[in-house]
Design a protein around this ligand. Structure first.
Ligand SMILES: [Zn+2]
Length: 251
């Protein structure tokens, strides 16, 4: 379901049933002459739309205004929008604070921008990860008071953590492509991998008549195909199903 279309009784149901609520997180960034600037975020949105048909899921309106950086090209005439991570951090805190107050405890974000080494992190995902941690601490302290972790009710904390059910799992961030997927599918910027993926997910976002081989990073897009993109799509969907859990109608 789209969050913006939900009625309060549906929101209450989604909370009660612990439906995953997912933020598509991304940027607007120059992706060569042949691809739409929304590529990184569009990929997340389109994949979530496929999953929405097969599982109970809440999709938040996408956030496109991450830290694209001007590392690839300057913005003039190219379209990249850079918002500093120190601006993203308070935004993400407010967003997570609001979602926790509404009652959600199964919150996720997916990002596909500078995520080739997600464990180390890059400005956009680090801002959202940091905000998630800070907000959970703040929320628990407000709700349960100082000393909440040391209280007897938390005696099973470490076993809960092992089963993935501790409060720090209330908000989780994921790269769209895991290291395992990257071993099987090309990870690039505006190259064969991304171009193929967008051809499969959102063909109107690609125009190969505009392709230029001038820049090293997008040169491999020459070999892009919707067939290869479909392979990437299926690998990613499998990973998303794993982290988001149960199919539609499951208890
Ligand atoms: Zn990209």
């Amino acid at each position: 379901m789209r969050y913006e279309m939900m009625l309060p009784h549906q929101i209450q149901w989604a909370i009660k049933e612990r439906w995953p609520i997912v933020l598509p997180l991304g940027v607007l960034e120059y992706h060569g002459e042949h691809m739409a600037v929304g590529m990184d975020t569009l990929a997340v949105v389109k994949l979530l739309e496929i999953l929405e048909a097969e599982m109970d899921l809440v999709i938040l309106p996408a956030f496109y205004y991450g830290a694209s950086s001007y590392a690839v090209e300057p913005p003039e005439g190219n379209g990249s929008v850079q918002v500093n991570a120190d601006r993203l951090f308070p935004f993400a805190q407010d967003l997570f604070r609001a979602l926790l107050r509404i009652g959600f405890r199964n919150i996720h974000f997916f990002i596909h921008h500078q995520t080739e080494n997600f464990a180390a992190g890059m400005p956009t995902d680090l801002a959202f990860k940091f905000a998630a941690r800070q907000t959970i601490f703040e929320f628990l302290e407000k709700e349960r008071g100082e000393g909440w972790w040391g209280s007897d009710q938390m005696a099973d904390y470490y076993s809960q953590q092992a089963s993935g059910d501790d409060p720090f799992n209330w908000i989780k961030g994921h790269p769209l492509m895991t290291p395992e997927i990257i071993q099987q599918y090309p990870f690039d910027h505006a190259g064969q991998g991304e171009t193929s993926l967008l051809m499969a997910l959102c063909p109107e976002g690609v125009d190969m008549r505009k392709f230029s081989a001038k820049k090293w990073y997008s040169r491999s897009a020459e070999h892009a195909s919707a067939e290869l993109g479909a392979k990437g799509r299926d690998l990613i969907l499998e990973h998303m199903r794993q982290v988001l859990g149960a199919p539609k109608g499951a208890p």
